[in-house]
Design a protein around this ligand. Structure first.
Ligand code: A2P
Length: 334
């Protein structure tokens, strides 16, 4: 057992940061000292967790002295600036922003899929995008059995992916407030921001392409995504069409997914039983339903993948990475 473990949460006052604290608490995460960091705006605020009051400290360049693991969820620019400072101070950063995900020196990890990549880190480990995370364990299991040929996916994403500001905007619109944005989200659907790399796609869609290939180590896998934002507060759903190189068996696929680490199959259309963003709220697992053959192509299926984007899609995945690190440290010191 490691005799000291100092932990920090950067962005502890945010939607994901607060959920990280909740998940750490639920999992009895072992630590010696816990530091809650945020911007000057919320420094001095008290947050209760682990049956104790913690005072939020302002993030600065000296915040990481003596910190062993830091969970970051404070946006890309904060991560770009402070993750290297933390890594230089000897801390392992698990970063929920998109800042470092595609950096060749930074592993991008979903613990059910590529836990071994954690150990390629040079101080920073990236947590994938929320919609990418929930799809990976499903694709990985199916790939191992039948070999992925092509994946086409449309997402149905809640506004909590845009952080507290997105949630506040939707709630405000529902109360009749107007904001200076091109599209309102209440009673509507809309897309994420355009990508700089390809102006026909949104940033979110290209994140899903690049991150999927990196996590699965399938650099040229044919994949195509359309990412849609819905006026719901929490939970992301995905309609996924998958073609395989090898013959498939639907009963076998259901069994395979039901036995998958972190996956639950909820699939009984006859009785209207399938996962929804509401039914998965507050859960850590990835839920799969509507598993059916796609008769329009050879060896193809359709399925519906749903998860709580703030938990498995962000906070839980980051905490799971930290748990993997601690298990390995403990095993090494036993
Ligand atoms: P703060 O509460 O002080 O603004 P969300 O994604 O829900 O919007 O949360 C963003 C989180 O990132 C919050 O905890 C926020 O802190 C934190 N944050 C944003 N900008 C900075 C910054 N420049 N330095 C430190 N923390 C930041």
């Amino acid at each position: 057992m490691q005799n000291k473990l100092n932990l920090a949460v950067v962005g502890a006052t945010g939607l994901v940061g607060r959920t990280m604290l909740k998940v750490l608490e639920e999992r009895n995460f072992p630590f010696t000292d816990l530091k809650l960091l945020a911007s000057a705006r919320s420094a001095g605020q008290n947050i209760e967790c682990f049956n104790q009051q913690y005072t939020v400290l302002e993030l600065d360049e000296n915040s990481f002295e003596d910190v062993d693991i830091a969970l970051f969820s404070a946006g890309g620019s904060t991560s770009r600036k402070y993750a290297p400072i933390a890594a230089k101070a000897g801390c392992i950063v698990i970063d929920n922003s998109s800042a470092w995900r595609m950096d060749d020196n930074v592993p991008l990890v979903v613990p059910e899929v590529n836990p071994e990549d954690i150990w390629l880190h040079k101080g920073i480990i990236a947590n994938p995008n929320c919609s990418t995370i929930q799809l990976m364990p499903v694709l990985n299991l199916l790939h191992k059995k039948y070999t992925l040929k092509r994946v086409v996916c449309s997402t149905y994403q809640s506004i909590s992916g845009a952080g507290q500001a997105g949630v506040d905007k939707l709630l405000g619109e529902l109360e009749g407030n107007k904001y200076d944005t091109k599209h309102q989200i209440a009673f509507n659907t809309m897309f994420h921001a355009i990508s700089d790399a390809n102006k026909d796609y949104t940033e979110e869609e290209l994140k899903m392409v690049n991150e999927t290939r990196k996590i699965l180590h399938l650099e040229s896998l044919p994949v195509s995504f359309t990412c849609v934002r819905l006026p719901i507060l929490g939970g992301h759903a995905e309609s996924v069409n998958i073609e395989f190189d090898n013959p498939i068996d639907i009963a076998e696929i259901k069994q395979l997914l039901a036995g998958g680490d972190g996956i639950e199959v909820v699939d009984d259309l006859e009785h209207e039983i399938y996962p929804t963003p509401q039914s998965v709220n507050g859960k850590d697992e990835i839920f799969v339903g509507r598993i059916r053959r796609d008769y329009s192509a050879l060896n193809a299926i359709n399925l519906w993948v749903v998860a709580d984007n703030v938990r498995k899609g962000a906070a839980t995945n980051a905490v799971q990475i930290a748990q993997e690190i601690i298990s390995a440290w403990n095993a090494a010191t036993e």
